[in-house]
Design a protein around this ligand. Structure first.
Ligand SMILES: [Zn+2]
Length: 282
């Protein structure tokens, strides 16, 4: 079983298209369409209705800014900014541990977002996009060492091709304290798909994750960070509580929960750059 040794080139989704935040730009290339909030707000309210309101009387009305870091592949490819050396990941996790950071579970993150819980003073949400098998091989043991949590956004349509986690690995990651959610089936540009194709991407991924992992899909991560009004409508209808873009910045209460910002951690980032992003939001 080849799970992606360090000597081969992983067919990175983000990298091959030059987007998905792999270059760490703030708004992406021409292909990235970030729908401005103003253009969707007339028809789409800022809060996701019904599925996720805080219980009356239990709301913690407090502003917060949480760094939501996102990674892709973990391996040794010094020239590829989308691949982070395991040694650097280790160094970053050691820093978080030393500084007393809390790596949130996805449930904690949502509880904080929806006002059911106050954010620990130093909170961070670690996310890994695409579900590369090297996340299992390298990232999981490193995070386990520090008893850290993370969230992986996987592509059920890629399971079985060797470069990505299979269901067995995903189950082990769940046991190790990871949350696993959907990144769609096959990593398309959702904004370029017909509504029914978008629906298929979203629903089939959720169905397979439920079937194989017993996990409900409630937080989405847009492939390449792109979406359109139809994507938002589909996610709202299905009661998704949050969705992540690749817009750079802290995640803050002022953001639409279906258009949350994150912070890209690049393979070429020094520890100083990592700390800068973590503490300054970019
Ligand atoms: Zn991706």
């Amino acid at each position: 079983m080849d799970q992606g040794g360090t000597s081969r080139t992983i067919p990175l989704l983000g990298h091959s298209h030059g987007t998905d935040g792999a270059e760490g730009s703030s708004s992406g290339s021409d292909a990235v369409v970030i729908v401005p909030q103003a253009s969707v707000s007339p028809s789409l309210p800022m809060q996701v209705p019904a599925a996720s309101p805080a219980k009356p009387g239990t709301t913690v009305e407090k502003s917060f800014r949480i760094p939501v870091l996102y990674y892709h592949s973990i391996g040794v490819q010094p020239d590829n900014n989308a691949v982070l050396d395991p040694k650097k990941l280790e160094e970053q996790m050691a820093y978080l541990a030393k500084e007393g950071y809390t790596t949130l579970t996805l449930q904690q993150f949502l509880d904080i977002w929806f006002g059911r819980m106050e954010a620990p003073p130093k909170s961070v949400l670690l996310t890994f996009d695409d579900g590369y098998a090297d996340n299992y091989t390298y990232a999981m043991p490193i995070l386990q060492k520090y008893k850290f949590h993370a969230t992986m956004f996987m592509l059920p349509g890629k399971v079985g091709d060797g470069w990505y986690v299979d269901w067995e690995m995903a189950r082990e990651m769940l046991k190790a304290g990871w949350d696993i959610q959907s990144h769609g089936m096959t990593h398309p540009y959702l904004n370029q798909l017909k509504p029914e194709q978008q629906q298929e991407e979203i629903d089939e991924a959720a169905r397979l994750i439920k079937e194989h992992l017993g996990v409900e899909s409630e937080v989405f991560c847009y492939p390449y960070g792109v979406f359109n009004k139809e994507t938002l409508r589909l996610l709202m209808e299905r009661g998704y509580k949050a969705a992540f873009t690749i817009e750079q910045g802290f995640t803050e209460k002022t953001q639409n929960p279906l258009q949350m910002k994150r912070l890209f951690v690049g393979g070429k980032d020094s520890l100083a750059t990592f700390i800068q992003k973590l503490t300054k939001g970019g």
